[in-house]
Design a protein around this ligand. Sequence first.
Ligand code: GDP
Length: 531
Amino acid sequence: MSDRAKTIAKEVAKRRTFAIISHPDAGKTTITEKVLLHGHKLQKAGTVKGKKSGQHAKSDWMEMEKERGISVTTSVMQFPYGDALVNLLDTPGHEDFSEDTYRTLTAVDSCLMVIDSGKGVEERTIKLMEVTRLRDTPILTFMNKLDRDIRDPLELLDEVESVLNIMCAPITWPIGSGKSFKGVYHLLNDEVIFYKSGQGHRIQEVDVLQGLDNPDLDARLGPLADELRMQIELVKGASNTFDHELFLAGELTPVFFGTALGNFGVDHMLDGLVEWAPQPLARMTDSETEITATEPEFSGFVFKIQANMDPKHRDRVAFLRVVSGQYQKGMKLHQVRTGKDVRISDALTFLAGDREQVEEAYPGDIIGLHNHGTIQIGDTFTEGSQFKFAGIPNFAPELFRRIRLKDPLKQKQLLKGLVQLAEEGAVQVFRPLTNNDLLVGAVGVLQFDVVVHRLKTEYNVEAIYENVNVATARWVESNDAKKLDEFRRKAEMNLALDGGDNLTYIAPTMVNLNLAMERYPDITFHQTREH
Ligand code: GDP
């Protein structure tokens, strides 16, 4: 093996790249803070992005963005944990929920699902889990907020299993909750780890007792000790044991209990992540070849574009996930779609808290490429090879508006702006076949504001929205050209072209969509579209 190949293999083995999926308020931000605290990147937890802690990043392209604390610098966090190097990709969650959230999930190798144990499985989590199923991403689960009264833990596991269709294997089990939360029992290590309240801001010394049958347990827990022994007996009988293969196949999730706010249990989860989650995985090309991480030639794909720099220069950052090889500062990269070679001397890397410019990046890492409008979502970069990565989709929008100009003479600029913003992945645009409307579709509601703001500042177009009666959209195709033609004629009223001129069915209601799917069995209705 060459020295370079050895370096790459070593760096690949160290890396774990994951994202958090959760419903708003389940504790994603808090757990991110604690995870970084364990990664020694934050001296004192409580400084992750501006949502509540008030520390805003320097981007100022938009007041709105500042208010909501969205920033490039918290998009990717890299930190060491044990012998591993962990990349945590932020998934925009509250009002800033968008297609980027979905696409970020295609750029990781595993996910952490955070659940509010008082509430159980919530709507946003269900949606995000659906997206992870596109690639059977391995899922770890953290049952959060044990310092509050929670629902029956067995019932919580049942709910995850039945609603999300994934087997649960508890790794830790809670001893009480709320005011009487005592800690957890670690089923694999046969240890009781005790909880102490009010220690959430720091890394605590671990207070642990070996062995469930240890008599010291009775001394510390009193009658609760026997109760715990009985419970664990029951849990072992009623739930799945951890199975690494099933975890890697996305069929079984290890479950940890704890409190992010109290910084308890987060380390158990991280230990599991580092031990079990896959190192950077291979990716498929559009010709179905697998590119493995340890291949010597650099390759990667763009999964997100963020405008955040100076609006006057339309400066954007394209986030590229490294799939194989090694990125070195100053290297020449080949952009497959355009056929152009670009020398990249100023790629951004994301060592949280570290200002230092990093010279190298490896599979699993994310680098930020400065982009003046020439990079699109889904773009593949190589060292010269001509393949393209598959699997970076557009997702069917869930929210729609009709967009209208204040000044009707600027129709051309409006369309140009919209198509460019759509290429960037900010929104999707649809032009119905039978009228001159312009429909904008998004996954998250903030995107509508972003688009109007950017149309004004970057394209000098003033636009407003009107409500429109659209429930969802589906990309349509058929192997049978005649059937597609017939469908085009009969369903014309509901058809539109998207930004890339792909035929789309626009459904006013879900019922309408289902009827159309029944009526036209030779037409396939896709919920995602590959770039
Ligand atoms: P996000 O919306 O998922 O990022 O959630 P946050 O991390 O912002 O948490 C939402 C709220 O729940 C905040 O007020 C947190 O302080 C609180 N919270 C998070 N984790 C815990 C926990 O373990 N226990 C309790 N009691 N509150 C928590």
